[in-house]
Design a protein around this ligand. Structure first.
Ligand SMILES: [Zn+2]
Length: 95
């Protein structure tokens, strides 16, 4: 993983929002993912704060598929950091 060779962290992907338009990967999103995020672990996170939706995507062939993800709140004690998709509450994460 090239990111880990040079840094103490790895860039896992990118995120952006579709306010009020649901979560999906547009043609532009797919193109961005193909050009900028070429590692097999890279993903794209799309957030719709109006509909309180959040989805993660990975490329698959010419399109993409949704993948599981977790929201981590670094301000909370370690034992409470992971809140999984089903328990996601936008007002508590500041998103
Ligand atoms: Zn998009």
């Amino acid at each position: 993983m090239p990111d880990l060779d040079r840094f103490s962290y790895a860039i896992m992907g990118w995120y952006h929002s579709h306010p009020g338009h649901t979560c999906f990967m547009s043609k532009t999103d797919l193109s961005t993912q193909r050009v900028m995020f070429t590692q097999p672990y890279h993903c794209a996170l799309v957030i719709d704060p109006v509909n309180r939706e959040i989805e993660a995507f990975k490329l698959l062939g010419e399109g993409c598929v949704t993948v599981p993800f977790a929201v981590v709140d670094c301000k909370m004690p370690r034992t409470r950091r992971l809140r999984y998709k089903a328990g996601w509450e936008p007002s508590r994460t500041g998103i």
